[in-house]
Design a protein around this ligand. Sequence first.
Ligand code: 13P
Ligand code: ZN
Ligand code: NA
Length: 284
Amino acid sequence: MLVTTREMLLQAQRGKYAVPAFNIHNLETLQVVAETAMEMRSPVIIAGTPSTIEEYAGADYIKAIAEVAGNKYNIPISLHLDHFVDVKAIKRNIDIGFKSCMIDASSYEFEKNIEIVKDIVLYAHKRDVTVEAELGRLEGKEDNIMVDEKDSMYTDPDAAAEFVKRTSVDSLAIAIGTAHGLYKGEPKLDFERLKKIREKVNIPLVLHGASDVPEELVKETIKLGICKVNIATDLKIPFANAIKEYFKKHPEVNDPRKYLSPAKKAMEDIVINKIKMCGSENKA
Ligand code: 13P
Ligand code: ZN
Ligand code: NA
């Protein structure tokens, strides 16, 4: 069974670890995430952005595949809508059985963000669905959302407290210096800000843009209260590289099972490392 993210994140908060959220795109990537989590006895969040769910794969297909994993493996598996901006699309996916969503209204000003999030929270909570929202703006490119450095904005701790109180949202994505995609140098994380947010906000906090962040820094954020860590880019690169390598060596091959298998293996190695980094191994 697919579960909501509410209980798994609260457990992570109590246990001082984080649940990894991996962005998937198709059968193969979803399989790698679910199977590896099962082998490591880790709770896991399977995340899909609008362009995966709505455009590329289809909500019904992804949900069906995730449900197979949820029924097959005896660990908490959640299927999550990541960076959804369209309120109608979220409600439609809740109606077909998605149990966890992020409403990303972070590009709107404070009051508008609250208004949009409240609407989704009302709809979702009636149907036992967990809601994540974002306050502040992460730099970088995630799917179709592109944020320049000059438009990025760190989360203000007092505003975060007011935001959570007024929206009744279940978890909060915060901007403390991580960015979607890769970094130019080493990212500088604002741990002091995270501490202040944690002091004022008691719901689980979410770290987006965690790919390409040194492991020690991510671990530090988990110590300071991050309960969900989002990974997309660090899975995509080795998956693609393994396929490129494969074709360099075997240009004559056309069997997807042959060229996708090394890609799955490369991705599995990263999923293992990320689960260890999150401290979620044996927490299922
Ligand atoms: P990365 O691009 O750093 O993997 O960020 C992933 C993310 O935040 C998905 O929501
Ligand atoms: Zn993100
Ligand atoms: Na990143």
